[in-house]
Design a protein around this ligand. Structure first.
Ligand code: FDA
Length: 306
C-alpha cells in the first residue's frame, strides 16, 4: 500500500469515530465552508449564477445521506423538487445530484425508487437531468437497477456514477453503454475491501482510462470527474488524437477545488461542470474530501489560522 492509500484509509477510519464526528460538528463548520456553497438554496443559486458567468456549469447537491427514517427521505425528495423548480425559475445552468441512501435505499428500496422517480419526473418537466451519485459497494447493484428501471419506463434524463476502483466496473459499463446511460466516471471515494476493489492507485487509473476510452470510442456522452492532471491531460490528448469533439464529454470537479483551473478549462472550450453541495449535513461529505488528499487537510489547517 503506498503512502497516499495509507493516508486515505487512516483518515476515513478516524472520520468514522463518533467522538471525532461530535467535535468536528461542534467546531468544524467554518472549516468545511470552503467545500460547501451555503446552508440554503438561495445561497447556492446565487453561487451557481457566479460560476455560470465564468462558463462553468453546475450540478447541485443537497447534502444528506444515510438517513434513519423514511420520513427523512420524503423530506429530501420534496427539497429536490423545490430545488429543481428553483433552478428553472432562476434560469441557471445546473442539473442536480442526489444520493440513493438519502432517498431511502438502505431502508426500503421500493420507496427509494418512488422518491427518485418523483424527482426525475419533475426534472423531466423542466428538461433537466438527475445524477444519482454512487455510494459504497453494497449499494452498487441497487443503484444501477434503479437507473435502468427508470430508463425502461422512458425516463432517460437520469444517469449514475461508475467507480474505477471496483473490479465489477468494466462489466457494468458494458451493460450501461447498451442503454446509452449518461455516466459520470470517477476513481471512487469510499473505503472498499481488497475483495471488491483495486487498492493501488496505478491500477485504479489504468481501469479509469479503460472505461473512459470505452465511452469516448462508443460516442456515449460521458462526464469525467477528476482533479488529476494525469487523467485530464490524457483525456484531452486522446480526444484530440481520435477526432472526438469537445462536446462529446464534460469534465467535472468539486466546488472549492481547482476553481481557477475549472475556469481555464471553460476558456479552452471544454465543457466543465462543478459539483456544488449545499445544506447543513456536511460532515460525511467533508471527511471524504479530506481523505482524498493530504493537501485538502493542509488547506483546512491553514484556514484555521486565517
Ligand atoms: P486525487 O485526489 O486522486 O488526486 C490525484 C492527483 O490530482 C494529485 O496527486 C494532484 O496531482 C492532482 N490534484 C488533486 N486535487 C488537486 C487540487 N485540488 N489541486 C491541484 N491538483 C490536484 N466518488 C464516488 O465514489 N461516488 C461519486 O458519486 C462521486 N462523485 C464525484 C463527483 C465529482 C464532480 C468529483 C470530482 C468526484 C466525485 N467522486 C465520487 C470522488 C472521486 O471518486 C474521487 O475520490 C475524487 O475525485 C479524488 O480523485 P481525483 O481523481 O480527483 O484526484
Amino acid at each position: 500500500m503506498d503512502r497516499t492509500e495509507l493516508y486515505r484509509k487512516v483518515l476515513l477510519s478516524i472520520a468514522g469515530n463518533k467522538l471525532v464526528e461530535k467535535l468536528s460538528l461542534k467546531y468544524g463548520k467554518k472549516l468545511a465552508g470552503k467545500f460547501i456553497a451555503g446552508d440554503t438554496l438561495a445561497e447556492a443559486l446565487a453561487e451557481i449564477e457566479k460560476l455560470n458567468g465564468k462558463g462553468i456549469m453546475v450540478t447541485l447537491d443537497h447534502l444528506g445521506e444515510g438517513i434513519k427514517a423514511l420520513s427523512e427521505a420524503s423530506g429530501y425528495k420534496e427539497e429536490y423538487i423545490r430545488l429543481i423548480d428553483g433552478i428553472a425559475e432562476r434560469g441557471v445552468n445546473s442539473n442536480v445530484s442526489l444520493k440513493p441512501t438519502q432517498m431511502g435505499l438502505a431502508l426500503d428500496p421500493e420507496a427509494c425508487y418512488n422518491n427518485i422517480r418523483a424527482v426525475v419526473s419533475q426534472a423531466a418537466k423542466h428538461n433537466n437531468f438527475v445524477r444519482i451519485d454512487m455510494e459504497d459497494s453494497p449499494f452498487t447493484q441497487a443503484t444501477i437497477d434503479i437507473v435502468l428501471r427508470l430508463h425502461a419506463e422512458g425516463l432517460t434524463n437520469v444517469g449514475t456514477v461508475i467507480q474505477a476502483y471496483l473490479f465489477r466496473t468494466e462489466d457494468d459499463v458494458k451493460k450501461l453503454i447498451e442503454t446509452k446511460v449518461n455516466l459520470r466516471l470517477v476513481k471512487g471515494a469510499y473505503k472498499e475491501p481488497g475483495s471488491v476493489a483495486y487498492q493501488q492507485m496505478s491500477e485504479v487509473i489504468e481501469n479509469y482510462k479503460k472505461i473512459i476510452r470505452m465511452h469516448l470510442d462508443q460516442g456515449v456522452y460521458t462526464a469525467i470527474a477528476s482533479h488529476d492532471d494525469r487523467v485530464i491531460n490524457w483525456v484531452k490528448e486522446y480526444a484530440s488524437q481520435n477526432g472526438i469533439s469537445k462536446d462529446a464529454f464534460e469534465f467535472q470537479m468539486l466546488y472549492g477545488l481547482r476553481m481557477n483551473d475549472q475556469e481555464l478549462l471553460a476558456k479552452e472550450g471544454y465543457r466543465i461542470r462543478c459539483y456544488m453541495p449545499y445544506g447543513t449535513m456536511w460532515y460525511p461529505y467533508y471527511t471524504r474530501r479530506l481523505a482524498e488528499k493530504p493537501a485538502n487537510l493542509w488547506m483546512v489547517v491553514k484556514n484555521m489560522f486565517k
